[in-house]
Design a protein around this ligand. Sequence first.
Ligand SMILES: [Zn+2]
Length: 450
Amino acid sequence: MNLLTDRWVPIKDKEDGDRPRQVGLKDILCGRDPDAAIYLWRDDLEFAVLHLLVVLTQVIAAPADAGALKEREASPMTEAEYDGLIEPYIEWFDLSHPEKPFLQIRHEGKETAIQKLFPGLPDGNNHMFFHRPGEIAEICLSCASIVPWNQANNVPSFSGGFKGSLRGGSPITVLLYHPDLRRCIWRNVLSEEVIEAHFPQNGSELPVWVTGLPVRGSAVESADIGFARGLLWQPACVELIVEEREGRCDSCGCASSRMVREFKKQRRPYEIRGLWPHPHGSVRTFQKKGKEGKGPFSVFLSLNNTIPPWRRLLDILLEKEDPADGYRRALVLTQYSQVWKGASLPMAIGGYISDQAAIKGRRHEVITLSAGWDERLDEFQKIVGLALDLKDILLNKMKYFFLRVLGSDAGKKAARKGAELFFERTERLVLTALQNGPPPDLKERLDLIA
Ligand SMILES: [Zn+2]
């Protein structure tokens, strides 16, 4: 199955909502299915499909500059144009290529059940309370393209000795959203101008599965990773085992003549030096002690249990050069704010909440900030700061109550639980305030609290 020529994108028509079907990248970019929406049974997998569509389009058809990008977004391309654009890349995106299959390295490795590539589902038989083991026994080639892509980009590595993504274990992916899938894709495609300004120009542009993975124990400089190679990075040595037989996919429900029940994987440790400037995530910089003394250290933002998602929303938007406390917006956001100046900001934001290799939860949602959002960042900071201050006041009072009134030292534990509840119950309120501005009577309300 080839991702550039076959129909693999699971969609549902908005008007005739009950019948999911599959379309190809060509159908979408040539405007044949203007009402289609990506459709799968899990939001994280739908998000991974959008991300893969963005990256495929980016690699085959980067527009020269902002003007060309706006033209692409405004109207569908012709079929002849599409066929010409994909020609040099056809070999890269064939899932069953005899030597260089998409996202895979052919090797002798241990066989693992395919369910391991569905984050959050058990891969052993010790979680019977929540899921039946073997819930996903076999999948079609469409799903077999989507789940390894998700694993390579968004999920912590399988275990020690397996490398994780270029953005770390479980990064937050930030994309622009538009209800028209074709336009949504283009809003996330960088122009050549932006690529030249931000990415290594002398690095290799070939995908890992074409050149082979870095040698075991070697070190790779991020500056040697070209734009296409970095976007398509497959950190681990994996290979799908494709069987020629009729079956029905346990993930999307489609009938298929080729099924995947297992994949192979093999440990291949190597090191990447320096952060590759991936365009679909925001970066935080802070001071950290390393081998060569204290210095600035940069990481892609990720989700965790102790920082609420609305705090992360602010971090995603910040742009601040500071080696001790710096932020850099995802490049797709920076480009959008320049090309579609003054427009509202609808974002698709997604990521897993992980604890080392274990997935504890996931957040995938669309959040829209109204026009003028980039002039309101100070206001956002105040709203978030105020919410965090209020949480501290409440939790301190709670600790005081436990310690002084009840004479119990259970206050810390209660405060931890209290913080979780505070984040959970205030989330809608804070997000609404960030999206629409604070309520007009905020000052009076605060006076009441004081
Ligand atoms: Zn499927």
